[in-house]
Structure formats: C-alpha cells, structure tokens
Design a protein around this ligand. Sequence first.
Ligand SMILES: *Cc1c(COP(=O)(O)O)cnc(C)c1O
Length: 409
Amino acid sequence: MTPVTQAERLMMLPSDQDASGRTFDEKEIAYVTEALRSGTLTTTKGKFGKMLEEKFAAKFGAKYAYACTSGSAAIHIAVATVNPNPGDEIITTSITDMGALTPLMYRGVVPVFCEVDPKTLNVTAETIAAKISDRTKAIIVTHLFGNPCEMGPIMELAREKSIPVIEDSAQTFLAKCGDKYAGTIGDIGCFSLQQGKHMTTGEGGMVVTNDEKLARHMFLYINKAWGYGDENPDHYFMALNYRISELQAAVALGQLEKLDECVASRRRTAAMLTELLAGIDGVDVPVAADDATHVYWKYCLTIDDSKIEGGSPALANLLKEKNIFSAPRYIVKPAFMCQVFQEKNTLGDSHFPFNLAREGAVDYTMENYPMTAKALHDVLVLPWNEKYTEEHVRYIADNVRIACSKLRK
Ligand SMILES: *Cc1c(COP(=O)(O)O)cnc(C)c1O
C-alpha cells in the first residue's frame, strides 16, 4: 500500500514563520533597496506607501485603501470611524484574535459577543440578530480561516437596522463573496499583514472602504488627525500615529503582486486535500457558502469524538508525531473567557468601559454559548500556506487517515 510508505517518512512541512512557507524574493529586495536608497522612509513623503494603497484598492475593487501598522490598528481605525460614545456596543464573534477586541475597549466600546455556526466557526445573520440592542453601534463580522461569512443575509439585516458593518478580513484575502471580495462588502474592511497572513510585511495592516466620508476619517485616524494637504490643517480630533514605513510598504507591494498566485496555490492544494480526505467517518472537511470561495488561511477539520476516540486533541497528538503541528480547538476557549474580560482588566481599576455597559450587555459566560463551545470542541486547525505541494498534501492526508483508523471507536 503506497500511502503507508509515504506516511512513514518524517516530512517537514513548509512554515509561514520562515522562508520555507513564504514568498519573499528579488522583487521585495529590489523594492526595499529602492526605498532605502531614496533616503525617504516615511510614507507621508515616499512613493511605496502610496503605490501600495492605490494597488491594494484596485486589486480588491475598493475605492479607498490605507496602510496601517497592524490588523489590530486596522480594527481600531474602523471602530473609531463609526464614532461610538463610551458604553456603546459593537457585536463581534466569540472566536477571534485579541487584536480584534482590545481596540473596542480602548475606544470605550463594550464588546457584545455572538454565537457562531459550529460548521464554519463564522457568525451568521441569526446569531448577530440575537444580540442587537438600541446601543449597537456596529457589527464586526470575522471571515475566519479564509472562509467568508454569508454576507447576503448579514448585510440585509444590517441595512434594515441601519447599523454599519466592519469586516475583519485579516485571515481572508481575495475570497469571492458573490461578485465582490470579502472585506469590500460592508462599510469598512480590515486586513492584517502580520507574518502568518496571506501577504505580509512582518507587521502591518490595511483598511478599505467605498465611502468618501469614512475614508477621510480613516486617513486622518492613521495620521494623528492632521489634515495633510488641507488649506488650514490642524489636529482635528484625538487620533494616533498608525503609519507604516516605506520599508514595510515596499515589501507589502511586492507581496501584493504575488497575491493571486498565493491564493490560487492555497486553493489548489486545499482542494486536493479535500478530495483525499473524502469519506472518513467522523471527519468533516471545510465548506464555503454557495456564492463564496474559501482562500484557506488554515485548513480546518471538524472531528466527531463519538466516532474518533479523544476527538480533535487525540488526533492532533498523533499528527504531531509526524511533524504535523495542528491546533486542536483553535483558541481553546471563547475570547470572552480570557482574563482581560473575566476580570475586566482595562484602565486602572475603573473597569472602563464595562462600568458604563447597559444591563445585560456583558454576557461573558460559557453557558450562553453552546454553539461556540461545540465549534471549538470539534475543530482541528491544520497549518497551511502557498508553498504546500502535492507531496505535502498526500503526506497530511495519509497521516490523517492512519491516525483516524488508530482512534476509530
Ligand atoms: C491576525 C488577526 C488580527 C490582528 O492582526 P495583527 O496584525 O496581528 O494585529 C485580527 N483579527 C483576526 C481575525 C486575525 O486573524
């Protein structure tokens, strides 16, 4: 049986934490060198920041795009731009990166967590609707793992209630949602350019919008609210410096030019894995919504522990022996179970903004999130990147099959 001999060898998979799983080459080196030689490293004066913003907007089909220092900064900019009052609420997902939550508290916003679909781990129109109150200032939808949320019903709900939608697309680049890309459907889209994302400049982020007024505010929020180019510029409101440098922009520009290829490669190898894993009882492969494409930041399996002894963690342990370092249960507990939320550790001992919260807004208990608990319990997150080859995919598939047969109940 060939699969067994394949799987018996110990293979090193490419990693997105070093050159083995990333795509830096002469292109980025040439751009960075040009930026350095120019002597201009601030994007307020150099050309790479502007080129990155123009080309990112064009690539994604958004009117405006601005670079910023991180995905967390992108979320902060978006949240500040919807201009909440202290104690207002933003609905978000219980499964996300802390970088998508901390900016809310800094801006005085109470995070209201909603449930997720246990199959995709994404929020839905129904789970969001259950959390809307008269203090809801915005909805953040997070396209997890490269798989877009079902935006049709979400946008319908949001438009009906006149609530702006912020898309956290940090894990999802060039994923089709109908005839648009994820990140360009809501009012503001946020992307991360951190080391492990589809395109990277080590640390960095992007914000996009089609709305001129929002765009103006986003630009200002990145620039200490200084009115660059205005007749009588001033610092118009409270805002930070969230600019990246020309060096980062030069790298990001090179990465953007390879993004189509990167996404195509991830989709091609993921489709291969889906085919190879078909028909394993108790193991479900990822599914995209009807009108959407999955761009595979990671490749998630759903493991049924009534069929696979020990479920996701047991499978992960066996895979680890084969150098396949998966993340069983992803973030393990919902974001609201982290100490920062449980103890409300924010500014001094004020508990701000929770001290201003509407009664019932702060619901940070496991009991009320059975779908989130189920989603995290079952998920096994396989690492993925654009350098995977057919050989790597066969190696993973063979080892998943072997591990499942060992754990078969
Ligand atoms: C990575 C990530 C962020 C934060 O991005 P940073 O660049 O690390 O600040 C936010 N949201 C999601 C869903 C992410 O995956």
